[in-house]
Design a protein. Structure first.
Length: 113
């Protein structure tokens, strides 16, 4: 008799444990799916925005500081105080680069109807 009462008490416990394990597995599966489909792409997008902004800022600073440093170096060391010579050399370099890029451009094709 005592064995029957122990089996009756053990049966509901194992069923409720099985039910709770299934519920926990279902919640875990839902959390994994939400993480894979929503949270992970949001994190990747956020990282892309942050790193892209940082790279753009560093590039902009370098784009401004490199010509300034070049003109200062030319003014101080190459032409010893003659600013016009530094500006003329830098302008000639930029003009030569512009003429070269202009020669590489493609011709526009006009369609005659």
């Amino acid at each position: 008799m005592a064995a029957d009462s122990e089996q009756d008490q053990a049966a509901p416990t194992s069923t409720s444990e099985e039910w709770s394990n299934r519920a926990i597995d279902a919640v875990d599966t839902v959390v994994d799916v939400v993480h894979d489909r929503v949270v992970r792409p949001a994190l990747i997008g956020g990282r892309a925005v942050v790193f892209g902004t940082l790279i753009a800022f560093v590039f902009l600073v370098a784009l401004i500081l490199i010509p300034v440093a070049l003109i200062r170096l030319l003014d101080v060391y190459a032409f010893s105080g003659r600013v016009w010579a530094s500006d003329a050399l830098f302008g000639a370099i930029l003009c030569a680069a512009g003429f070269y890029l202009w020669s590489l451009r493609g011709r526009r094709h006009t369609s005659d109807s």
